[in-house]
Write a protein that binds this ligand. Structure first.
Ligand SMILES: Cc1cc2nc3c(=O)[nH]c(=O)nc-3n(C[C@H](O)[C@H](O)[C@H](O)COP(=O)(O)O)c2cc1C
Length: 174
């Protein structure tokens, strides 16, 4: 840790932070939104539960992500929690497979629930959310969503991103 001139702790470097965050394994999700027939979305691990009553969760989206403004303008999003076999969808929505952004929805089967945000079939869970609050935090927006609809399955295994790669939970067979 370094210190500023007044003795207050300064922030660690972006490299130190990024290296540390590689150790924070997390479930992989696709965040989706739609408005006036336009769909967009991104792969995201920055999602977490806030409370069950009221049912609320949060997501963190880079303001430069292609889907950021659509999520904000739609006022809603769906958090699609990926199953182990949906790694190809994760790579597609993170622009890791060389496909064009316009081809993101070509993989997987997509429907919708209440808000109209795209819902990925066979995901472990689909949290359909209305945005109740947006907080700007540096480069990212924290969107707090009220869960207004949900779809779940209980026979799947989680897709995890940890140590810089997609993986599963080791005591689960696919
Ligand atoms: C495993 C993984 C997790 C990610 N998590 C987030 C996240 O939580 N928030 C975010 O804004 N971007 C996240 N990203 C980056 C976006 O998926 C990526 O930048 C995507 O290409 C953004 O969409 P765009 O190409 O339309 O701008 C993540 C990427 C990967 C591979």
């Amino acid at each position: 840790m370094t210190e500023t001139q007044n003795g207050a702790p300064d922030a660690v470097s972006e490299e130190q932070y990024t290296f540390g965050m590689r150790q924070l394994a997390a479930a992989v999700n696709i965040i989706t939104a739609a408005k006036n027939g336009t769909r967009n979305g991104l792969t995201a691990t920055a999602a977490c539960s806030i409370s069950a009553d009221p049912p609320q969760l949060l997501i963190c989206v880079n303001a430069e992500a292609g889907a950021h403004d659509l999520i904000r303008d739609a006022g809603s999003f769906c958090l699609n929690v990926l199953a182990r076999e949906q790694e190809d969808v994760a790579k597609r929505f993170a622009s890791m497979d060389g496909a064009d952004r316009s081809e993101r929805y070509d993989l997987g089967d997509w429907t919708e629930l209440t808000t109209g945000a795209p819902v990925l079939q066979n995901a472990l869970a689909n949290f359909d959310c209305e945005i109740v609050q947006q907080i700007t935090a540096g480069t990212h927006s924290i969107f707090i969503g009220k869960v207004v609809d949900i779809q779940t399955r209980d026979d799947g295994h989680s897709l995890i991103f940890g140590e810089g790669q997609f993986t599963g939970i080791s005591n689960q067979s696919d």
